[in-house]
Structures are given as structure tokens and as C-alpha cells.
Ligand binder design. Sequence first.
Ligand SMILES: Cc1cc2nc3c(=O)[nH]c(=O)nc-3n(C[C@H](O)[C@H](O)[C@H](O)COP(=O)(O)OP(=O)(O)OC[C@H]3O[C@@H](n4cnc5c(N)ncnc54)[C@H](O)[C@@H]3O)c2cc1C
Length: 480
Amino acid sequence: MDDAVVVGSGPNGLSAAIALAQAGASVRVLEARDEIGGGIRTAELTLPGFLHDVCSGCHPMGVLSPWFRSLPLAAHGLRWIHPPASVAHPLDGQPAVLLRRSPRETAHDLGDDARRYERLVAPFLRAPHELLADLLGPLRIPKHPIRLARFGLPGLLPAAAAFRSRFRGERARALLAGLAAHSILPLERPLTAAVAMIFALTAHVEDWPVAAGGSQEIARALASYLRALGGRIETGRHVRCLTDLPPARVVLFDTSPAQLADIGESILPASYVRRLRRYRYGPGAFKLDWALDGPIPWRDPRCLEASTVHLGGTLDEIAAAEAAVWRGEHPERPFVLLVQQSQFDATRAPEGKHTGYAYCHVPSGSTVDRTEAIERQIERFAPGFRDRILARRAMGTADLQNENPNCVGGAITGGVADLGQFFARPVARLDPYSTPHSRLFICSASTPPGGGVHGMCGYFAARSALRRLKRLPENLPPLG
Ligand SMILES: Cc1cc2nc3c(=O)[nH]c(=O)nc-3n(C[C@H](O)[C@H](O)[C@H](O)COP(=O)(O)OP(=O)(O)OC[C@H]3O[C@@H](n4cnc5c(N)ncnc54)[C@H](O)[C@@H]3O)c2cc1C
């Protein structure tokens, strides 16, 4: 009997397995697909020789994750490639705003708001790693409470109101709105200002990198280190019920709360199962990948310096688009997040060619094809883009969920992260990784600190499981 089985090999599943193995536990990972990685996979989605990140494309949280930073991932083959800028935010009729490592250089792009921007970010850049360590975890007593309070109180505000009142010009407001839109919440909701500030902070500490060779290399490095610690990974093992599980003292689910409810229904209290089923996943995504004949012909060529490009225009426009998605609508001008990996990593495309990756938010379960709307937003800031397309691949909400059952309704970050579900995910419990059953745990992005490739959910879930393992007998009956 293994000490632990982990269901799912996303960044959180692999992280949980590593933390368990580091503590001396015997651990086995079961992955439904034939390849590992979940949200960190890379594939030839369009033409031979063009490598596309299937889900996650850009990794500010990956490079700054306190957990990943503690692991020897470079020794296991992971190399981050840092672009000259993290984000480019083009605007109509004026140069793009560039979010660069230097707050001063970034502020320089913001006209009259330069000083105000520097004053916003400066206090958090004195000890950013400590602040991130407090932010990226479950609700607990922070190690740096004053710093966290200085960050958290203004961060509680809705981004739209906070940045309209703080800045006078469109440029700073637009930049911060684009960062806030990563929350996949309407910008009128509390906490969205904090999301913008966290992403700004990450960009001033490390330029948002892409993984050399594709996001799959993060999974490969995690898996290689796990195997070096004695952990095992089995692919093609879809767990649908308890009897699909091999003997183990504890089981950690890198799955959606819905799957945990279905699989564990017979041994979990009905009230807990009901709460898992009430979990809110929020909007989905519509994603496009392109094989391109050359770089994207941005009207402002400085956009080629950034790994990520935010296409949505002004704060008002972005706020309107994101609010529309929450009303169940498909805005004419969606907010588009674009990543241009091949600009920095030559292994992604044949010589002289490029890849493109972009998505916009859509209502949960949407069946609407957003290809035209996304490409129109790109053409708006990069006229002639369509002429460079050699091939494209679209993924709607159903495709995303077919690729990975954790993407419920096409949701890409493990569920809504609003005030009600930020720490209380998947349900409100003192230890959110544990369940009322002493041998079942959840470790996916549907636990704190939520979506993104950082492995922190897996790390904290493993700590919870390790505490339990100390108290459980060596031999236990099967769960099913
Ligand atoms: C389109 C898209 C773009 C994104 N962009 C970014 C980005 O740029 N940067 C970033 O940091 N994050 C991004 N994310 C989010 C990020 O990918 C996720 O938050 C992260 O992968 C979550 O990790 P996880 O381990 O919780 O789950 P996942 O990565 O979803 O992995 C779960 C794994 O479990 C497996 N599994 C599920 N159910 C079962 C079962 N019953 N039996 C066996 N195996 C099972 C799945 O096949 C999958 O391999 C993006 C996500 C998507 C979809």
C-alpha cells in the first residue's frame, strides 16, 4: 500500500506528490491523459514544427512561486526565458504602454501619472518575495502582517473605481485594468485591484517569462524531480470511482470539486458533497492558436518586446467587456490576452515563422465562435495580422473541458476567486485541503491560493496530508 495517491498530474498534483515524497512518503500519481502536465502541456496544434502551449503560456507566478523556487527545477531541465517587457498594452492612436521590470521606466510611459504609479508600487517592492509568500497561500497568520495589510486594504477595492480615482490619464488606467482582468471578475468587484497590483508587482520583480521549449518543460522538470525522489507516475489512468484507486493511505485530488463530489460521494457526508456541487466555476475561455508566417505586425513595434499583450483598449472598454461576459453576453470587443512565445523561444516554430496564442473570456459553457472577434481586436492594433496566418486552431469551452475535466464550462483557473471563494475554496473549512473524510484531500487550483501555475495549492495540500499520515495506521482497508 502506498502512503499517498495523487489523482491528476497538473502543476498542483505534481507539486503535492513532490512535497509528499520529499517527506519520505511513497507516492503514486495517476493521470487520465496519455501525457502529464494538465494546464502545462505543449503540442503541435496547427502545423508540424509549430509548438503551442495548450493552456498556460506565460509564467509570472511560476518563476516567483516560493514553492517552485525551493525546487531544483533548473537541474531537471527547466529554463525560463525572460522577455525585455512583461506586458504591452496598445491603445488607439498613441504608443503602447509597456510594463517593464523597472518601475521608473514603466512610469515614464504613463505621462502625468508617472509619480502616482511609482507611489502605488514602491512600498510593495521593498520585500516582494515575503509579500508573495504571504499572498500565495491559505488564510493564516501572515509572516509580515503590516506589509500585507498595506497591500490588502487598498487591494480590497474594485479595480475600476480604485484606478479611475488614483490616475488621471487613460494610459495608467488601461494598464492596470488589463492586469485586473486576469481575475476573470467584473472590474467593479472587490479584490480586483489586488489582482492588478499582484501582477504589477510580479512584473517589477521578474519579467513574465515563457518556458524554453514550451510549458510542458515545467511538467517534465517537476516529473523528473519527483521520479528522482522515488515517486511514480502512471498515465492513461482516469479515476472515475473509488474502485479505480490503487491501495493508499491517503488520496489527494488534483481535480475539480465536482469530480471529488462524484468520486467520493459514497464516503463523504452528503452536506459536504452538496457544498462541493455548489462551487462556482465562473466564465470560460475561447482560445486560438496560430501558425504565423512572421512576427505579429504591431502598429507600435515595441509590442514585440513583451511576452504578453493585452488587447482591450481603455479601462472603460475592458470593464464593459468583462462585465458583459458575466451577464452571459459576448462583447463585440472582448478583452484579449495574447502571448507571443516564439518571439523569445526559437524552438517554438520553424526558422522565420512564429506562433501566436490568445484567448478571451466567454460565458460558462458558451458555444459561440469568437475567432472573428479576437482577430478583429488584434487587427485593430496590428493591421495585416490576418495575412500572416498559415493555420489556426480554435478551442471553445467544450474543447477545453474535453482536454481537461478540471476546466468546467471552459473555466481556466479552477473557479471564481471572489471574496466568497478566494480563501473558502472549495468550501469554507479551517483546513480547505482536507475533507470530512480523514483519507481524502483536494489539491487543485480550486483550493487556495487558486489558479495559475505555481504549485502552491499542491504544496499546502501535501502538508495537510502529511500531518494526517502521522496519525493514520500503516495498513488501512480500501476506500471503495
Ligand atoms: C487556456 C488556458 C490558459 C492559461 N494561461 C495561464 C497562464 O498563462 N499562466 C498561468 O500561470 N496559468 C494559466 N492558466 C491556468 C493554469 O493552467 C491552471 O491554473 C493550472 O494548470 C492548474 O493546475 P492544477 O494542477 O490545479 O490542475 P490542471 O493543470 O488542470 O491539471 C489537472 C490534471 O488532472 C487530470 N485529471 C483530472 N481529473 C482526473 C481524473 N478523474 N483522473 C485522473 N486524472 C485527472 C487532468 O487530466 C490534468 O492533467 C491557463 C489555463 C488555461 C486552460
